[in-house]
Design a protein around this ligand. Structure first.
Ligand SMILES: [Zn+2]
Length: 446
């Protein structure tokens, strides 16, 4: 038997008590109280300090870490000089939406070491089918936003409704049928045009047990121009006046709110309303002519976040998934020029927000891809250095998804969740690909 198999067997046989003591909870907030059980000493590891590594011996009991040697040690695991880091997070995905591709995507997350996942819109009924799998030791911790909150016929309507109708080819010829279809309403999207609609739907939104809420602002305006009577619909998302009330109700229900934003004005509306997470940076698709932006023309002016707004976002410790991957792509004759402008815009906004204290985290957003896709593009964008990206992926992102939980640090009472790498990822970022052991709350993950 190979040494690694011995180690996994040892872990599996000694941590059963810790695994079994953890029941899944609705919002995925797991208890981290140490329970009785075998104590395992973790020796010869180099543990991440937040900036570098320090050689330490830590102890694991009931899925929780101890820094001081307890009176009894039942077994020892030799980490053989490996570099120990917290598991990664993906704060913006649409994966894990029901049984479709579930094992494949779960496997990709585990392989890359991402254990904490935030799904920022999905069909609530699909989440209900699979959520019992998650939020336990030995597996991923997943929060679902369920349906996106938007105005009638706005995004994410087109992301869900045509497929629910079985339309996978050209949608335009079916526009009339799509516009009147509501197969996924109250499930993958909610249409809320006024306070009365909010009152009517709010209990149903909460009844589907979201772990976070997602709202949509797409060049949002109180009185959007009338939508054409035909063709595929592209709306402006929520009326700005509804956003503070939605955030107030969400916070009262202990839920954070993530906002899809397109413009700097959307960003400002969300900041003023007390939104917790921005699911994009303004202008992330500049030049691509998507929903609701066409009228904004060729200038970046509408996407530059003003200093005053950046400062307010920083004071509120707002979290942003910049979805860098979207800024890199393009099609058509002007795409190369558009990418240059979009990237420069992104860097200006990131600089302004970073100086103001806004926190950036990793969110892949790309259906079918996991966080590796986004982190690769974040590196390519050359906005952050590798040490900052490592901290962002392993510390800031998990903590942003599960604030208040004792994760992403190696200290007394923190969850015994970690990755052991062969090489030092601070000196060479590619070392994140050499994971030799994955442990989640005391359980080996495979
Ligand atoms: Zn998204």
């Amino acid at each position: 038997m190979r040494p690694r198999s011995v180690l996994l067997l040892l872990l599996a046989s000694t941590v059963d008590a810790g695994c079994a003591s953890r029941a899944p909870s609705s919002a995925g907030a797991l208890a981290t109280t140490a329970t009785a059980g075998p104590t395992i000493a973790l020796v010869n590891g180099q543990w991440y300090t937040g900036s570098g590594f320090a050689r330490r011996t830590l102890y694991m009991i009931g899925g929780v870490l101890l820094t001081r040697r307890p009176s009894r040690v039942d077994s020892t695991i030799d980490l053989a000089n490996g570099y120990v880091i917290p598991p990664f997070g993906d704060a913006h995905t649409h994966n894990l939406d029901g049984t479709f591709n579930l094992d494949k995507v779960r496997g990709a997350y585990v392989a890359e070491g991402t254990f904490y996942v935030q799904v920022l819109t999905n069909a609530a009924t699909n989440a209900a089918q699979v959520r019992d799998r998650w939020n336990r030791a030995c597996d991923l911790d997943v929060l679902y936003a369920n349906g996106g909150i938007t105005s009638t016929l706005s995004h994410p309507f087109l992301a869900y409704e045509p497929r629910a109708m079985g339309l996978y080819g050209e949608w335009a010829p079916h526009a009339a049928a799509i516009r009147t279809s509501r197969l996924r309403e109250g499930n993958a999207y909610w249409f809320i045009d006024d306070l009365a609609a909010l009152d009517a739907t709010w209990p149903r939104i909460l009844a589907a047990r979201p772990g976070v809420l997602k709202i949509f602002l797409l060049d949002a305006m109180e009185q959007p121009p009338a939508m054409p009577d035909s063709g595929l619909p592209h709306g402006h998302g929520l009326r700005p006046s509804l956003v503070p009330e939605i955030v107030r109700r969400a916070h009262a229900a202990n839920l954070r709110v993530a906002a899809h934003v397109e413009t700097a004005a959307d960003f400002a509306i969300a900041v003023d309303a007390g939104v917790d997470i921005m699911a994009h940076l303004p202008g992330y698709g500049f030049g691509n002519d998507p929903d609701g932006r066409a009228r904004l023309g060729g200038s970046t002016a509408a996407f530059e976040i003003p200093e005053t707004v950046a400062r307010k976002a920083g004071q509120r410790r707002i979290v942003v998934t910049p979805t860098v991957s979207w800024t890199l792509g393009g099609s058509g004759p002007d795409s190369a020029a558009a990418v240059v402008v979009r990237q420069a815009l992104m860097k200006r906004n990131i600089d302004r927000l970073t100086s103001a204290g806004v926190r950036f985290v990793v969110g892949s957003d790309w259906f079918g891809s996991t966080a590796t896709h986004e982190i690769t593009d974040m590196r390519a964008a050359r906005v952050w250095d590798d040490a900052t990206l490592l901290h962002m992926w392993a510390v800031e992102t998990p903590q942003s998804i599960f604030p208040g939980r004792k994760i992403a640090r190696f200290d007394d009472g923190y969850e015994a969740s970690f990755l052991v790498l062969d090489q030092n990822p601070v000196s060479d970022f590619n070392a994140v690909k050499s994971i030799r052991l994955r442990v989640k709350q005391g359980c080996p993950v495979s």
